[in-house]
Design a protein around this ligand. Structure first.
Ligand code: PHE
Ligand code: ZN
Length: 879
């Protein structure tokens, strides 16, 4: 029974809680069909509130008993409205005892207490705790938790919760118990329990202050050979936070638990992080380089939350980016520092820019556009977005750019000095940064309050006689839902000037020394002057992608080629290549659509050749520089999107590169083999990346040699990275051997769920895979909608990563999408709602496709039992 609570909630309506909770004692009698939860809360009036009412949230609960200060409460002593239980005029100090019953085995939402593969797990962020017991389930209510778990010993030998294990023992009837105590007060969304059949890899680890902490990674029995990298990443994270931010682990024990059914990547529950298996399990046989990097990033991310999120948490869910934007920024810096080299750092930065353009810019331009700190929502789960996370991280990064690395550290120190143990706002964070550095960051607030991607237009002027150079920037920002007009942003723009020799010119600008100046644009239009500029420079603007904006500047091909060959800033060097490629891709897309001749100029091919064969450049950088903008990024550049023409144009460029650079690609393929034992380090991964990119270009213009090469790599691969790359090569080349290879792959890995996910995903994204083929794959015995990873691997991959087939002119892709959204919604609204967003950009397609998409959206909108999650997304898309 889902209570109907589809109201819009507004940030400005925030009021402090009327009652605070000091301590929580929870008792669980765990049973899949009928779990009894007994809760004892000590509460008191909040001096900061005028209201005299206790408000407890509860959903999908059977209330068995409710006592206040020892006295049972009858039906007239409290009211239940929807998901709120209210007790009016309670005394100053209150002890509440609540008993409820839930059925975890029936919980397919994976929110609250649920069963996965026969074991119990919880997920409480954002509002899952209210599915476990009645509670003031809001992040500004922080309490000390003690948890008693009781369960069958044989089925659930491992009983875990937050904090420290203080007691365990036997009970009657083959049951046992464990009592856990978390020494830190925390909001309910950080509560967790696990009752499961698991084993762990563990280690004691010496912290900076000399204390020893017990680190554990818990997995199912057969997976103990896949925990090393997660453990190593955890240790690296602990060290890194000590060194970079002076932040130590505050617990004696830190646990990571892997679960196969999980809605998101992972969750930072205090001392008991619960992870999607995808971000824990790895060995060379089953995991790719990308998987390894994901594990390092997510382990770091959840660990870093212990300070940014847990010790200092959010006052309300509108402040989500306070913890998420900051923690993503921290995990990005961690991953970059773990590589260490400047060009390795740049590659991580390039990947971040790609994510922004691929996912965040479209979100910011679509019907779900929202500020980093949203003003309203219907369902908070819909706001765990690339805007809150990745754009939020960009906003934090800009703060660091403005106050410098040391200044940023000072700001962080002040933030913790002021707010440790509190639930605070994005403004509190910005103010700590401003005060620690005596900076005025008032205008900077607009990055939090205004949605949309700013557009910065640049014009330049060189005066040879005066040796001056000026850049004039004009900023604007498109309207977004509810925000027709925008005020100027405070934008740090890092700029360098290249001479004809390709070197950076020394900059005489506002006292800036060195070769990169950070210009601060705060008005709509501003001009910046450089003096002592001896020759007409080529401007390198927005170095290191210093702000999440669209930069418009009329670069000539010659200038772009110059930057692509010489820019000392690797991100802008890459960017020049992307601009060159995008211009050509868009021109070719129109040519495809109008039946024109398809041609790729030698200048572009030569530029690609130069980068490909430049052994002075890191392989990972060369890989990035040679990767074309995606079909989604191309679509974002077009006023009317034609998915099939986009695909054909991009395929043409890939095939042309594959043909004309055949010799060089083959050379690089051979030169970048990584024989010997597999290692996921950045250099080896970079070499594999370049080698496999070479293979994919060769396979894009398939001749017998290319197919043979892919087949040989598939047969002899010593790791999953090479195996998957080879298989994708065979599939995309349309090789006869693709089908048997897919079969062999499945047979080898059918017991490895995460590899079976890859098997589905590769097929879903293959150019030849039609809607019909996807429907066939859904009948495979390994397919199920109930497991989010599996649903994502087939259905999301098809709807998101195979645009030319998904947007089939007959609308069959959209009809399929509507069916799957509805089917998923009945099981798991959070996952369904993510799929629902596949049609966000429907208004940008040709009228015929638009009509089909609208029909599909309306079909979903008409669903009778639609969740709030899906309803919010669909109604915003149709608005
Ligand atoms: N807070 C988690 C993270 O970013 C994400 C998450 C949100 C997980 C909601 C589950 C549910 O680390
Ligand atoms: Zn997070």
């Amino acid at each position: 029974m889902r209570s109907d609570t589809s109201q819009t909630i507004y940030r400005n309506d925030y009021t402090p809680p009327a009652y605070l909770v000091d301590t929580v004692e929870l008792g669980f009698d765990l049973d899949p069909a009928r779990t009894i939860v007994a809760s004892r809360l000590t509460m008191r009036r909040n001096p900061d509130s005028e209201r005299a009412e206790i408000e407890l949230y509860g959903e999908n609960l059977e209330l068995v008993a409710l006592r206040m200060n020892g006295k049972p409460l009858g039906k007239r002593d409290y009211r239940i409205d929807g998901n709120l239980l209210r007790i009016a005029n309670p005394p100053q100090d209150v002890t509440l005892e609540i008993e409820t019953i839930t059925a975890p085995e029936k919980n397919t939402t994976l929110n609250g207490l649920y069963v996965s593969n026969g074991s119990f797990f919880t997920q409480c962020e954002a509002e899952g705790f209210r599915n476990i017991t009645y509670f003031p389930d809001r992040p500004d209510v922080m309490a000390k938790f003690t948890v008693m778990l009781r369960a069958d010993k044989q089925k659930y030998p491992v009983l875990l919760s937050n904090g420290n294990l203080i007691e365990e023992g036997e009970l009657d009837d083959g049951r046992h118990f464990a009592k856990w105590e978390d020494p830190f007060k925390k909001p309910s969304y950080l509560f967790a329990l696990v009752a499961a059949q698991l084993v762990c890899q563990e280690e004691t680890f010496r912290l900076k202050d000399g204390r020893d902490a017990l680190l554990q990674v818990w997995v199912e029995e057969g997976n103990l050979d896949k925990t090393d990298y997660a453990m190593q990443s955890l240790k690296n994270s602990i060290r890194w936070d000590e060194e970079r931010f002076g932040l130590e682990l505050d617990l004696d024990r830190f646990m990571i638990v892997a679960v196969g059914d999980f809605n998101m990547g992972a969750m930072e529950n205090k001392g008991l992080n619960i992870f999607n298996t995808k971000f824990v399990l790895a060995n060379p046989r089953v995991a790719t380089d990308v998987d390894y990097a994901g594990i390092e990033a997510v382990v770091g991310h959840e660990y870093f939350h212990n300070w940014t999120g847990n010790r200092v948490t959010c006052r309300d869910w509108f402040q989500l980016s306070l913890k998420e934007g900051l923690t993503v920024f921290r995990d990005q810096e961690f991953s970059a520092d773990m590589i260490g080299t400047a060009s390795g750092r740049a590659v991580t930065r390039i990947e971040q820019v790609r994510t922004l353009r691929q996912a965040q810019f479209p979100e910011d331009a679509g019907p779900m556009a929202h500020p980093v700190r949203p003003d309203s929502f219907v369902e908070i789960n819909n706001f765990y977005t690339v805007t809150v996370y990745e754009k939020g991280a960009e906003v934090v990064r800009m703060l660091q750019t403005l106050v410098g690395r040391d200044g940023f550290r000072k700001g962080m120190d002040l933030y913790f000095e002021r707010h440790d143990g509190q639930a605070v706002t994005c403004d509190d964070f910005r103010n700590a940064m401003a005060d620690a550095n005596q900076r005025d960051l008032i205008l900077f607030e607009r990055w939090y309050s205004q949605a949309g991607t700013p557009i910065v237009k640049a014009r330049t002027q060189y005066d040879a006689d005066a040796k001056t150079y000026s850049i004039t920037f004009t900023q604007s920002c498109p309207a977004t839902p509810g925000q027709p007009k925008k005020l100027p942003f405070h934008i740090p723009i890092a700029v360098g000037l290249l001479g004809a020799d390709g070197r950076d010119m020394p900059l005489g600008q506002d006292g800036a020394n060195g070769s990169t100046a950070v210009l601060e644009l705060t008005e709509e239009t501003q001009t910046f002057n450089f003096t002592g500029v001896g020759e007409q420079p080529t401007p390198s603007i927005l170095r290191d992608f210093s702000a999440p904006v669209v930069l418009e500047y009329d670069y000539t091909d010659l200038e772009l080629l110059h930057l692509f060959s010489h820019d000392s800033d690797p991100v802008n060097r890459w960017e020049a290549g992307q601009r060159l490629a995008m211009q050509r891709l868009l021109r070719l897309t129109s040519a495809v659509a109008s039946g024109g001749k398809l041609e790729l100029d030698a200048t572009f091919i030569d530029a690609m050749r130069k980068i490909l064969t430049d052994d002075g450049l890191d392989p990972s950088f060369r890989e990035q520089a040679l990767l074309l903008p995606s079909e989604t990024m191309m679509a974002e550049q077009m006023s009317v999107v034609n998915p099939q023409a986009i695909n054909a144009a991009r395929q043409f460029v890939r095939a042309t590169i594959g043909t004309t650079l055949r010799t060089e690609l083959m050379q690089q393929y051979l030169a970048n083999m990584t024989p010997g034992e597999y290692s996921p380090d950045a250099l080896s991964a970079g070499r594999r990346g370049l080698k496999n990119l070479a293979l994919s270009y060769l396979a894009a213009a398939p001749d017998a040699d290319a197919i043979e090469l892919a087949q040989a790599q598939f047969d002899n691969a010593g790791n999953m990275t090479d195996r998957v790359a080879a298989l994708i090569g065979l599939i995309h080349a349309g090789a006869d051997s693709a089908a048997p290879a897919l079969q062999a792959f499945y047979a080898d890995f059918e017991k490895e769920a995460l590899v079976v996910d890859k098997w589905f995903a590769m097929q879903a994204a293959a150019p030849a895979t039609t809607v019909k083929a996807v429907r066939e794959l859904m009948k495979h015995r390994a397919f199920t909608l109930k497991n989010p990873n599996r649903a994502r691997s087939l259905i999301f991959s098809f709807c998101g990563a195979n645009p030319a087939q998904f947007h089939a002119p007959d609308g069959s892709g959209y009809a399929f999408w509507a069916e799957q959204v509805i089917a998923l919604d009945a099981l798991n609204p959070q996952v369904a709602s993510r799929l629902a967003r596949s049609l966000d950009r429907w208004r940008r397609y040709a009228p015929a496709l638009q009509g089909q998409m609208k029909k599909a959206l309306q079909k979903v909108a008409g669903g009778k039992k639609l969740s709030n999650d899906v309803r919010e997304v669909i109604s915003k898309a149709l608005a």
